[in-house]
Write a protein that binds this ligand. Structure first.
Ligand code: SF4
Length: 109
């Protein structure tokens, strides 16, 4: 049975969303948009540690390129680094695939 969403303006039943199980469900959103990397940021990351939907939260932030805040326990700089690493890995894989295609093409000729 779908629960009602806390955000739904009409309060009609909606499918369950990962945010419904978030450890931060009742935290003020500003908690996750700290200034700098000091104690406020560490506090936000500490809340994320045991969160049962941490992976879904991080996936959302990476997929939708959330530019600011702590998502899934990682701040914007850490997520930018993850995305840069993923881009580098994808570029390397494409280069390897192209070299493999060349080798296959030359051995077939
Ligand atoms: S991982 Fe952190 S920001 Fe994401 S839902 Fe959980 S507590 Fe909230």
């Amino acid at each position: 049975m779908p629960r009602t969403s806390h955000d739904a303006p009409d309060n009609l039943p909606r499918a369950r969303h990962w945010r419904d199980d978030a450890a931060c469900l009742h935290e003020p959103p500003a908690t996750f948009f700290p200034t700098g990397k000091g104690p406020d940021a560490l506090y936000a990351k500490g809340l994320c540690g045991p969160c049962p939907v941490r992976t879904a939260c991080l996936t959302h932030a990476l997929t939708f390129r959330e530019d600011y805040g702590v998502w899934g326990g990682f701040d914007e700089d850490e997520r930018a680094e993850m995305l840069a690493e993923a881009r580098k890995a994808a570029e390397k894989q494409r280069r390897l695939d192209r070299e493999k295609e060349k080798v296959n093409a030359s051995s077939a000729a």
